[in-house]
Design a protein around this ligand. Structure first.
Ligand code: TIU
Length: 228
C-alpha cells in the first residue's frame, strides 16, 4: 500500500490495482493548428502538463502498472458525431474539416494522435472516445473491472472539460481518483484551479488532488521500504 500527500487527505493505493489515465494528450488540443486552437484557445497553456506527466508515465511503466491513454475523436465518416457537437459555437473550423494537421478530431489524422512525448507503447490501452466522458460509448469500465482496477491516477487535458467529466463519471462508478494538478491543464487558468478545488471540496466529494512530485516521492519511498 502506498500513501501519498493529497487534498483533502492522503490518498492510499496499491499500484497493482491502480491505472494511470492519460486523457486526450492529442496534438489537436495541445499543438497549434488543431481543434483547440480552432475554438479560439491559446494552446501553450496545456503544454506545461506534458513533462510532469511523462515522469509519472515512466514510473508506471517501470513498475509494470496499468496505463490507459484516451483520445477524443470521431470516425472518418462522422457517423458518430452529433450535430449538436459539430455546430456548437459556430466555430471557424468544424470537426472533420481539414486543418494543418489533417481533419480535426478525426481518427487516423495527425492531429488526433497523442503528442510524441507521451506516445503509447506496446501493451498500453488506447481508448478512442466520441465524447468528453471517457466512459461514454466506450469499454473503459469493462477494461478497468476486468483488470481489478479500483484506483485511478488522472492526468490530461483539459482540466474542466474531459478530465472533470471523466473523473466525475469514474467517481460515480466507485473508482477512487487522484487528479494530478501539474499533469492537467486548461486553456483557462481560473477554470483549472476551480475544477481542482471542486474535486477535493466537501471531504473529497469527487476525489483527491495531488502533485506528480508527491506521488513520485511516495512510489520511491515504497520501493525503498520493500528493498529494506
Ligand atoms: N475544449 C476543451 O477544453 N476540451 C475539449 O474539447 N476536449 C477535452 O477536454 N479533451
Amino acid at each position: 500500500m502506498i500513501t501519498t500527500a493529497a487534498e483533502p487527505y492522503p490518498f492510499r493505493f496499491e499500484l497493482g490495482r491502480t491505472a494511470l489515465l492519460c486523457i486526450d494528450f492529442q496534438r489537436d488540443f495541445v499543438e497549434p493548428g488543431g481543434f483547440g486552437e480552432s475554438l479560439g484557445n491559446d494552446v501553450s497553456r496545456l503544454q506545461v502538463a506534458i513533462e510532469p506527466t511523462r515522469r509519472v508515465l515512466d514510473a508506471f511503466r517501470e513498475h509494470g502498472a496499468m496505463v490507459i491513454h484516451t483520445r477524443e475523436g470521431h470516425r472518418p465518416d462522422l457517423s458518430d458525431l452529433y450535430p449538436a457537437k459539430r455546430d456548437r459555437g459556430n466555430p471557424s473550423l468544424r470537426i472533420g474539416d481539414d486543418g494543418p494537421m489533417g481533419r480535426l478530431l478525426v481518427r487516423g489524422s495527425a492531429g488526433h494522435e497523442i503528442v510524441p512525448e507521451l506516445a503509447p507503447v506496446e501493451g498500453e490501452v488506447v481508448l478512442d472516445k466520441p465524447g468528453k466522458d471517457a466512459f461514454y460509448a466506450t469499454d473503459l469500465e469493462a477494461i478497468l473491472r476486468a483488470s481489478g482496477v479500483t484506483h485511478l491516477v488522472v492526468t490530461g487535458v483539459t482540466t474542466e472539460v474531459c478530465v472533470q467529466t471523466t473523473v466525475r463519471a469514474a467517481n460515480d462508478r466507485g473508482f477512487e481518483c487522484l487528479v494530478l494538478s501539474d499533469c492537467t491543464g486548461s486553456y483557462f487558468p481560473e477554470f483549472h484551479q476551480s475544477a481542482l478545488a471542486m474535486f477535493a471540496a466537501q471531504g473529497g466529494i469527487v476525489g483527491w488532488v495531488g502533485t506528480s512530485a508527491d506521488l513520485l516521492d511516495a512510489i520511491a519511498a515504497s520501493d525503498e521500504t520493500r528493498k529494506a
